[in-house]
Design a protein around this ligand. Structure first.
Ligand code: CAA
Length: 394
């Protein structure tokens, strides 16, 4: 099936960015949300972004030419009636998504594929609200979609090969790199790993081991991450993280919500969008990179921040949810890490990672189940770079 018209449902942080990349790649886009003012604000943001990309010669067409391919409407019927492919990017609420998919199933042409940008909800249950379960799939983009190269493509229980192939081809036309997630598990690959880093970082701060800036300085200056973890949380929205965490844990992901995150959510300190989160910004929606002193980067051992994420990655690999190279690719392209999570593990040393997990359990008072794969590697002396073999051979 040839895709030429794409409907994007939801014009918030992710929806407007997805609409923008679709239009940049030459597709006709119809963007929908519940109110005109949300759509107007989305178009303003797309315009700003296109002008930035044009100035830097990252797009060839003038912004106005790209914008001409994006139509907006508050009517679902209007945007879906001739769509070949829908990408839904509404709020992370299963009932809302199921309702949208139920309506989309009735409004869109029968051959159209219905995709969700959900980062944590089950594709299978979303599909069950339609009569075309085999044509429902997950296409999970990362924030900001114009700059982040990754899309996690998630197969639900009913997704057929044709739907998977059309979705892969479409994402390639959007110039994205793809990781196929074989099982519809909560948080897929990237958000499970990210959740472990956010939770660890937040619990270290909550337990008085480090300050927000100490953690972010380690990540930025010693591990060369593009953003510290609290920066990413503020950037994407603490409300988003709060909801995703709730959904993931309700679906069996074992984690405790960090009390600081809970408090910030209750105080509506959502990060960049409200002007305050872990950091303070010049105003609501005004992003400015937080200043971090380099000296702070020496206060914490980097392995303790990443240990739980490495443990999670070991689980994903052992369970066959994604391949080793795809998991590494996912964190590099979805989170901007300078190298894969397994490379970090091998460099720290697997024994050091296990020791860091034990220390983390002591600090937080919560037991962490060490993944059997890590224990086996320690037993077999596959400790990483220092023994010439860990997740990779050296
Ligand atoms: N469109 C166009 N340009 C944009 C832009 C956008 N939407 N957003 C930012 N830019 C511009 C900036 O304004 C800046 O321009 P100038 O050079 O003119 O100042 C330029 O891009 C680069 O920005 P930075 O200086 O901040 O450069 P950077 O090298 O740090 O790159 C980044 C930015 C790609 C976002 C990088 O910081 C990064 O990879 N960060 C990690 C982001 C991340 O982890 N995302 C995942 C979030 S989690 C998620 O999405 C999953 C989920 O389900 C919750």
């Amino acid at each position: 099936m040839e895709v030429s018209k794409i409907a994007v449902i939801g014009a918030g942080t992710m929806g407007h960015g997805i609409a923008e990349i679709c239009a940049i790649s030459g597709f006709e886009v119809s963007l929908n949300d519940v109110a005109e003012n949300i759509l107007n604000s989305a178009i303003e943001k797309i315009k700003w972004s296109l002008e930035k990309l044009y100035e830097k010669k990252q797009i060839k067409e003038e912004p106005s030419q790209v914008l001409a391919r994006i139509k907006t409407s508050t009517s679902l019927d209007e945007v879906l009636k001739d769509a070949d492919f829908m990408i839904e990017a509404a709020i992370e609420d299963l009932n809302v998504k199921r309702d949208i998919f139920k309506k989309a199933d009735m409004l869109a042409p029968s051959q159209a594929i219905l995709a969700s940008n959900t980062s944590s909800l089950p594709i299978t249950e979303i599909a069950e609200s339609t009569q075309r379960k085999s044509k429902v799939i997950g296409t999970h983009f990362f924030n900001p979609p114009v700059l982040m190269k990754l899309v996690e493509i998630v197969r639900g229980k009913y997704t057929d090969d044709a739907t998977l192939n059309v979705s892969i081809q479409l994402c390639k036309k959007l110039e994205k790199e793809i990781v196929v997630v074989n099982k519809d598990i909560p948080g897929f690959v990237v958000n499970r790993i990210l959740a472990r880093v956010v939770d660890t970082a937040c619990m270290l701060v909550y337990n008085g081991v480090a300050d927000v800036e100490d953690v972010d300085a380690v990540l930025r200056y010693r591990l060369n991450f593009p953003m510290g973890v609290f920066e990413v949380a503020d950037y994407s929205g603490l409300d988003v993280f709060y909801f995703i965490h709730g959904i993931m844990t309700s679906r069996g992901f074992k984690a405790r919500l960090c009390p600081i995150l809970e408090e910030k959510f209750k105080n509506k300190e959502y990060g960049v969008k409200t002007g305050k989160g872990f950091y303070t910004y010049p105003g609501p929606g005004k992003y400015q990179k937080p200043q971090l002193e380099k000296e702070r980067a020496t206060k914490l051992d980097p392995s303790i921040i990443l240990a739980h994420a490495i443990n999670e990655a070991a689980y994903l690999l052992r369970e066959g949810i994604a391949t080793k190279s795809d998991i590494d690719k996912a964190v590099m392209l979805g989170l901007g890490y300078p190298k894969g999570i397994f490379r970090f593990a091998d460099e720290f040393g697997i024994d050091r990672v296990v020791a860091a997990l034990e220390k983390l359990s002591e600090i937080t008072g919560e037991e962490i189940e060490i993944d059997p794969l890590l224990s086996k590697m320690v037993k077999e002396n596959k400790l990483g770079v220092k023994t010439n073999e860990g997740f990779y051979r050296y």
